[in-house]
Design a protein around this ligand. Structure first.
Ligand SMILES: Nc1nc2c(ncn2[C@@H]2O[C@H](COP(=O)(O)O[C@H]3[C@@H](O)[C@H](n4cnc5c(=O)[nH]c(N)nc54)O[C@@H]3COP(=O)(O)O)[C@@H](O)[C@H]2O)c(=O)[nH]1
Length: 591
């Protein structure tokens, strides 16, 4: 007996044993069954026979089938759960009920698959006490021996099962187990005409935790998060890790209101600070929700739709939840096509830079230029940076793309200098994610050195929203940039929520007034008041101001009256190619 049992210990999937394993299990003089959530996933022939069933008739049935009544069932399950949850084996003499109603006196030995977590699965081992009434009987001794062997087998089998179905890092079910359990939950929702919600949770900017602090800390954060997610929901809700920083929750009997409530709860439980390796880490999450039955009727469709919804949440800046809508499907298809195209765009040299002049309002000279990324794809056409920058952020390409823009802008400035164009500065946009890179200051040092420029040649534009995403981190990076002599301007100023104290700590030297305020200054008194207030506040804090999106003489007049330092917009010039920009500057220099 020991030979075949040992040989079977590595069987990868024991909820559906191989034919060979089934044969051996069926020859045991003891009943063996695997249960999850009190339902039989597999049982051998002796287990079914003891209870008067055919094995296939028991699969999928609840353990209630072999108890005389609900009260006895509840009592046995209560004792069993108590033992298993405390990490023990449940050993008991029981009187169960056969299918024909007769009593079965037996000994049950029940073990959790995963110590302390019976809900992840348990192994039942039944021996028919009636088989050997005399304890001195040789058959009884053989049964006891077999019982021990089977118990050992069950333990190593459960280890193998655990490896196959349970995520090692978080001890949560993995995608394979989730697919099985979710399919069962969907079938139950269908049978009971109940709703069910699937929530796809993805951490925001987790890549930067791994990149900046290392995978070990990233792993600890994921393990801590898994515990928070598990304890934020009901026992019968499924929580699984799909891989990386992606988790899936399946909530039976949950409608849209319930799903929204749980999504809020999950986001709130993700956010409090994590104490890991003497560091305080914070992270937020985005959630996509798909509802059964309206968004899909099977696991794969619901997963795909929850995935489309979480992508939408991320494209909108993250830290939010979104319900799936049919429009997301076509957006997801376009986003996927674009993501694939974006991954190849750099090597295929589809990016260029356009340059828009920034004009000094006192002298009327071009004081600098802003480098703006352009992507022309053979099929997708000209794609706006407003569309592809968030996508590059979401799919982890922004660092490479941002570095490309920075390097090319710096080398272009040097090329103009070499062609005798006077002291322009080059403004380059930084995305929120680039600011998370701890190596950003060193990268800028390298680029400046390679291009033969000095820090004051470069201006870094950072949106107010980006700086405010993680103000403490932004302060540290911006301080490092400031110490190198780099100047940082706060882009789209007025649209974020920075306080005056942050402006000082960000070491900003210029505020760029958002074009949404500039657009209506000739017609809207509120916008006039806002723009005037920004200019005067900046001036009293010793900061420069530049207005973007200036299109009319009336706007320019107002900005001049208020003392705005610089302006940029179609009134002066649209973004130009490098050659056009050079001609534009030279024209303006003509007496
Ligand atoms: N992280 C990075 N972000 C970048 C980079 N390149 C661009 N961007 C950001 O994408 C957003 C859209 O940019 P774009 O389509 O280039 O639009 C810019 C100007 O073309 C436009 N503009 C300029 N003047 C006018 C005007 O008079 N009227 C009008 N309607 N639009 C005008 O405004 C955009 C200016 O952008 P900014 O000054 O940065 O706010 C935009 O948010 C870019 O920042 C990149 O390399 N990295």
């Amino acid at each position: 007996m020991a030979g075949p049992l040992l040989a079977l210990q590595d069987s990868p999937s024991l909820s559906t044993p191989s034919d060979g394993l089934r044969t051996v299990l069926d020859t045991l003089p003891a009943g063996v069954a695997w249960l999850r959530e009190l339902r039989i996933q597999y049982c051998n022939a002796p287990f079914a026979a003891m209870l008067g069933y055919a094995a296939q008739d028991l699969v999928g049935r609840s353990s209630r089938a072999w108890h005389a009544d609900d009260a006895q069932w509840a009592e046995v399950e209560r004792r069993c759960a108590a033992a298993l949850k405390s990490g023990q084996v449940f050993d008991a003499d029981l009187t169960l009920q056969r299918q024909d109603g007769s009593a079965l006196r037996c000994h049950a030995r029940v073990q959790a698959q995963n110590a302390g977590r019976p809900e992840a699965g348990m192994v039942w081992l039944l021996t028919d006490v009636g088989l050997a009434p005399d304890p001195a009987d040789a058959l009884q001794r053989q049964v006891l021996l077999l019982q021990q062997q089977v118990a050992q087998y069950a333990e190593s089998a459960s280890r193998a099962w655990r490896q196959a179905d349970i995520d090692e890092l978080t001890s949560l079910p993995n995608r394979t187990l989730l697919a099985r359990d979710a399919t069962q939950a969907i079938a139950q929702a269908h049978a009971g005409s109940k709703p069910l919600a699937m929530l796809y949770l993805d951490l925001d900017r987790f890549k930067y935790v791994n990149d900046s602090l290392g995978h070990r800390i990233g792993d600890q954060l994921l393990a801590a998060l898994a515990k928070r997610l598990r304890s934020a929901v009901r026992e019968r809700d499924l929580v699984a890790r799909l891989g990386g920083d992606e988790f899936m929750l399946v909530l039976p009997d949950t409608d849209v209101h319930g799903a929204a409530h749980v999504a809020d709860k999950l986001m709130a439980s993700t956010e409090p600070v994590y104490d890991i390796a003497q560091r305080e880490l914070s992270i937020s999450s985005s959630i996509g929700i798909a509802m059964y039955p309206q968004d899909g009727e099977d696991f794969d469709t619901l997963t795909q739709r929850a995935d489309a919804a979480v992508h939408q949440a991320k494209r909108n800046g993250g830290s939010a939840y979104r319900f799936f809508t049919p429009a997301m499907q076509s957006e997801a298809a376009r986003a996927l096509a674009m993501e694939n195209a974006l991954r190849r765009a750099l090597e295929r040299q589809q990016f260029t830079l356009a340059f828009q002049p920034m004009v000094d309002l006192r002298s009327g000279h071009v004081s600098g230029v802003e480098a703006l990324l352009r992507w022309r794809h053979p099929e997708l056409g000209n794609v706006s940076p407003a569309e592809f920058i968030p996508l590059a952020e979401a799919c982890g390409l922004i660092d490479t793309l941002g570095e490309w823009a920075l390097r090319n802008a710096a080398f272009q400035l040097k090329a103009w200098r070499d062609r005798g164009l006077p002291g322009l500065t080059m403004a380059v946009n930084l995305s929120a994610m680039q600011l998370q890179q701890t190596q950003l200051p060193a990268l800028i040092d390298d680029v400046l050195r390679e291009a033969g420029l000095v820090p004051s040649d470069l201006e870094l534009e950072l949106t107010e929203g980006a700086a405010m995403q993680d103000p403490q981190h932004a302060i540290a990076v911006l301080q490092a940039l400031h110490e190198r002599g780099l100047r940082v301007s706060i882009d789209d100023f007025g649209t974020g929520h920075s306080s005056l104290s942050y402006l000082k700590r960000f070491r900003a030297y210029k505020l760029k007034i958002d074009q949404s305020f500039v657009r209506d200054i000739s017609v809207d008194a509120d916008d006039r008041a806002i723009v005037a207030a920004i200019i005067h506040m900046a001036s009293s804090l010793g900061l420069q101001t530049i207005a973007e999106g200036v299109e009319t003489e009336a706007q320019l007049r107002f900005l001049r009256q208020q003392g705005c330092d610089e302006a940029q917009g179609y009134l002066f010039s649209r973004p130009l190619s490098a050659t056009q920009l050079e001609a534009f500057v030279r024209d303006l220099q003509q007496p």
